[in-house]
Design a protein around this ligand. Sequence first.
Ligand code: SF4
Ligand code: SF4
Length: 122
Amino acid sequence: MSLFRSFLYLWPQLWDALWHRPQTVAYPFAPPQLPAGFRGHVVINAENCRGCSMCVRDCPAAALELERQGKDKYRLIYHPERCAYCGQCEVSCNFDAIHLSNAFVKGATDQDTFKIILVDRY
Ligand code: SF4
Ligand code: SF4
C-alpha cells in the first residue's frame, strides 16, 4: 500500500520530467550559461603591460607574481589556484592590461599546471 502511495506522490514529477527539458545543466558536456558579470580567471593584454607591479602589490591573495631580471626584463605570473576572483588587479592596472574573463580554469592534479605566465619579457 505504501508503495502505491509513493507512486501516486511521484507520478506528477515523473510526468513532468517526461515532457520538459532537464532542470540541471549539461556542463561539462556543453558550455555553461554564465550570468552577466561572472568572474572567471585572469587574462592579459600583454602589449599593454609595463611591468609596474601595481596588480601584484594590490592582489589580496598573492595570486600574481612579478619576476624581474632588469628594467625591461620581467615575467608576470598568475596562480589561479590562489585567486579570489575579486577583480582588484583589473582596478589597479592603469594600463588596461589585466582583466577578468568568463573562462573556467581546467581541473588538474599537478599544481604546476595552474601556473600561467601572463607576460614573458625575458
Ligand atoms: S582577481 Fe583578485 S585575487 Fe585574483 S589575481 Fe586579481 S587581484 Fe588577485
Ligand atoms: S598588468 Fe597592469 S598593473 Fe600589472 S604589471 Fe602589467 S601594467 Fe602593471
